[in-house]
Ligand binder design. Structure first.
Ligand SMILES: [Fe+2]
Length: 362
């Protein structure tokens, strides 16, 4: 149960407590559905706030159904994404080596992705919502590749540079094939020794890629993607522009995607929290210019995100407002009704100032 200013109550909300006027007359019984016309009636009776029932009607299954019905567009075609994941899986399953055939195939996939990205200049990157923990590594690899290329496009890179950036970013963690699984999948905190071993994946990755046709500037992403702008990263503790630009880009993409997902040892954060945290880390860990390019294409509330409003209502983000990223257009679901097809209305939060997002849900 939530107490809310009457201006902020959405039509369709269920009133949780009897509402009495100043003179003690019962105006509306609890359990009644709130209607627009009540606002004037309540205001005349001197009522500022009422209690409404929290909306518990959106189960994760329902949210998935809504996602499907919204037909949310990914920046990369689903077929290409699946193909890329399968290719990376194949590459990483090979025993401690990567063939030139693998590098060639990944190069072709990356070229295809670049064409798709260049077709839609004004996009906002949304992470795939439905992911499995099992395939985390491959999905993560593809996302880091795509997001790095998104940043690269914003920074004005040529196609040939984008290709090297995409390939290197997609294989940034290839060195993990040399690190024991018991360390990679350990659910608790690593011991110092284990951590030292895990860190080596950066060097291993570079060594593996250097023995293939992978261009040097792409292989360096594997080596330097854990360096931080202020010099507190590993392996070498490089600072600022000592870190190659491709690695500075992949570092932002890597941290962003990792934080946005469930991992073996950590639950994911909501998109708005990730965005805030990562921009907060901006000056210390990342290159400001890279961060700026990244922020232009990342939405705080990506399309499809479940949001909770100050009115207690739940909704799904439909469209971004480029000028007001914190106020997207959303579809609000009216509570306690099974028939979702009819029981919703759309609202543009940039035009409706009484409602704002207070939290997200999945
Ligand atoms: Fe890594």
């Amino acid at each position: 149960m939530q107490k809310i200013f009457i201006d902020g109550v959405a039509p369709g909300a269920i009133i949780a407590e009897d509402v009495y006027g100043m003179d003690g007359v019962l105006l509306v019984k609890r359990g009644t559905m709130f209607r627009e016309q009540y606002i004037t009636r309540f205001r005349e009776a001197g009522i500022q706030e009422i209690f409404i029932e929290p909306d518990g009607s959106l189960s994760p299954e329902t949210v998935k159904k809504i996602h499907r019905s919204l037909n949310i567009q990914d920046v990369i075609h689903e077929k290409t994404r699946i193909h890329a994941q399968a290719q990376i899986k194949k590459t990483m399953m090979r025993f401690r080596s990567v063939s030139n055939g693998d590098i060639y195939k990944i190069g072709k996939i990356v070229e295809n992705m670049i064409e798709q990205l260049l077709e839609q200049r004004d996009f906002v990157f949304a992470l795939s919502q439905l992911r499995s923990v099992d395939d985390y590594t491959y999905q993560h690899s593809v996302n880091v590749g795509v997001l790095s290329m998104v940043i690269g496009i914003e920074l004005g890179f040529k196609k040939s540079e984008l290709k090297n950036l995409g390939m290197g970013a997609m294989l940034h963690d290839i060195g993990k094939i040399m690190v024991p699984e018991s360390i990679l999948k350990k659910p608790s905190k690593l011991t110092l020794e284990e951590f030292m071993e895990a860190k080596k994946h950066a060097q291993y990755g570079y060594d593996i890629l250097s023995q293939t046709d992978m261009p040097e500037e792409a292989a360096l992403i594997a080596l330097y993607h854990h360096e931080k702008y202020n010099g507190t990263g590993y392996l070498e503790g490089l600072k600022g522009t000592e870190i190659p630009i491709f690695a500075r880009i992949a570092a932002v993409a890597d941290v962003y995607d990792a934080m946005s997902n469930d991992r073996v040892y950590q639950k994911k954060s909501s998109p708005d929290k990730v965005f805030r945290e990562i921009t907060h880390l901006g000056d210390l860990h990342f290159d400001a210019q890279v961060m700026e390019a990244f922020a232009k294409h990342i939405s705080i509330y990506p399309t499809g995100t479940g949001v909770i409003l100050n009115s207690g209502h739940r909704g799904i983000v439909l469209h971004q407002n480029k000028l007001y990223p914190e106020s997207p257009k959303i579809r609000v679901f009216t509570p306690q009704h099974g028939n979702l097809k009819r029981m919703y209305f759309d609202v543009d939060l940039s035009l409706n100032t009484k409602w704002y997002i207070v939290d997200t849900f999945t």
